[in-house]
Design a protein around this ligand. Sequence first.
Ligand SMILES: O=C(O)C(=O)[C@@H](O)CO
Ligand SMILES: [Mg+2]
Length: 259
Amino acid sequence: MAKFAANLTMLFTEVPFMERFAHAADAGFDAVEFLFPYDFDSGELAEQLAIHGLEQALFNMPPGNWDAGERGMAAIPGREAEFRANAEQALAYALALNCKKVHAMAGIVDSQYDYDAHRATFIDNLRWAADLYAEHGITIQIEPLNDRDVPGYFLAHQMEAVELVEAIDRANVKVQLDLYHAQIMDGDLSRLIAQMGQHIGHVQIASVPERHEPSEGELNYPHLFEVLDQHYDGYIGCEYKPRHSTAFGLGWVKPYLAK
Ligand SMILES: O=C(O)C(=O)[C@@H](O)CO
Ligand SMILES: [Mg+2]
């Protein structure tokens, strides 16, 4: 049975970040995810999770200079020391939040280097981080992003991510399958999910093409949840931009939260 995590970076933005935990719990969620916790004290975040009985499903390693357009550096040659420091910072937060999944963003390709250099850097960095995280039972996620929203991102296709996970060869590195990005770049989602199978480490959803509630747009999510049930049993992150208010748009998830 599909179970859902509220993405607090995109949902409940009507209230300040620290108040979103309460709103997610009141709406019936028992897990949350968000992009970045680093502006906040990990103890205060852990307290919000505990007060509201929420599980932290996922968050991202620091992405570099987000406002300048950076989207991580796991695959960027020359940024290895920064990647490792960021992985260590994220691990400290993951331990404080008892979070078992952390997303390592690959980065926007650097035109000074060819594909092979990026790929080798990505594999080395991910192996290093996976070994660091393994003793804590934490899985690192890698996520393909569509090239319309994030041009130049190192990773755009799901099976490319699967092939990289196999090359990285660590049991605690998996693919974060965001069905919004996957539909834009790959399509044929029922078959894709089956093909990816055990490599799926986390799932996120939104409508296509506008990234709103999954109840609209070109995807039939009730069907996709049934397909996912056969291959994945973790939380599904609700990573979408509410078309109106968050609460107004939650009708689609109520039947699942009530079960
Ligand atoms: O954009 C997405 O999709 C994500 O899941 C983020 O973690 C990366 O920007
Ligand atoms: Mg995503």
